[in-house]
Design a protein around this ligand. Sequence first.
Ligand SMILES: [Zn+2]
Ligand SMILES: [Zn+2]
Length: 382
Amino acid sequence: MNKIIFFAAACLLTALPLSAKERKVRILLYSVNKPAAITLTPEQGNVFLNDKVLRTPVVIEAKGQLAAARGFAPPGKRIRVDAAGRGIWFSGGKSPRRLYKGLIEITAEKGRLKIINTVPLEAYIASVVSAEAGDLSQTEAFKAQAVAARTYVLKHMGNHTRDGYNMCDSTHCQFFGGFGAVKASAQAAADFTRGEVVTYHGKLAATFYHSICGGRTEAMIYVWPFEHKPYLVSVKDGPANKPYCSVAPGFSWKTRVSLKALTGMARSQKWILPQENIRKMEVMDRGISKRAVTLILSTENRRATLSATKFYHGIGRRAGWNVIRSTLFYLYSGKDYVIFEGVGNGHGVGMCQWGAEGMARLGFKYRDILKHYYPGTEISYD
Ligand SMILES: [Zn+2]
Ligand SMILES: [Zn+2]
């Protein structure tokens, strides 16, 4: 009986006109390290550069405020690439090799290329799901990720409008690595959930997500104190002795950091003064999930307090995100070092991606998963 109702409902839903069909997203590519030059190699099919067919690789370079296609187009304000068919590869220098499709506009600012790709919303979702949830295995977890990613982009379309695009391609917005490695499971999840979004009282929800919560997600207010959402509260991620996300590789971690390295980091981030040395580090208080909220950095003459989120971001940006993976850690002091013993990976707000995987393995469906991590929300059509 249930199955029949579900089937009928599914037919009804897919018959609805979906406005998401035509939506486009403008994404800034290579946003973290904007290249001064990049090589474009057409994969196959029709690729046009400023309305001329492009058959061979071409180097695009920034010349101050102008962009030039070496041997193809003189320096100009804008280069327009239309990559239909299988798309065009970008590579060269420190820029990772990636395949892009659709309209690509290239301008230059202060000797760096500003590359904006306009792609259909659903194609973007499939790519984001591939990159953000690529290590997961469960269909329902992929679907939950697709709905969260779709809601996130629609809610945050204004993130960068002042700069002429909607999203950057880094995790500041959502990681977008083009179309060279879109997994069939991610594509299927995007297709299956096409147009579905998470809403709260009829409005798009801010569907933050992270890799591993470590047993309990964190309330938004403890991570970003300036904002509160009624559905971004701390939720218990399954039984305490076996959280849903305990299926994740790297669920728990341990990092030893010398006080010298910590001091160097703290000085460069201006958490302490240039002449100060860190002698001890402690956790002052913790949030509902037991994540550290405020830290104390003791130097020879004072105790400086620091937001644990700032610390986590500061270390992540400088030393990589694998050193201190979350703020859910306990500290053990040695003579000249500190040991961080932690669980989880990421900020802990909203959906736990590996928890979604764990729930799916236990038989939960994607809508149950989303409602678990965003309590009080509904699934609606955009
Ligand atoms: Zn961004
Ligand atoms: Zn979790």
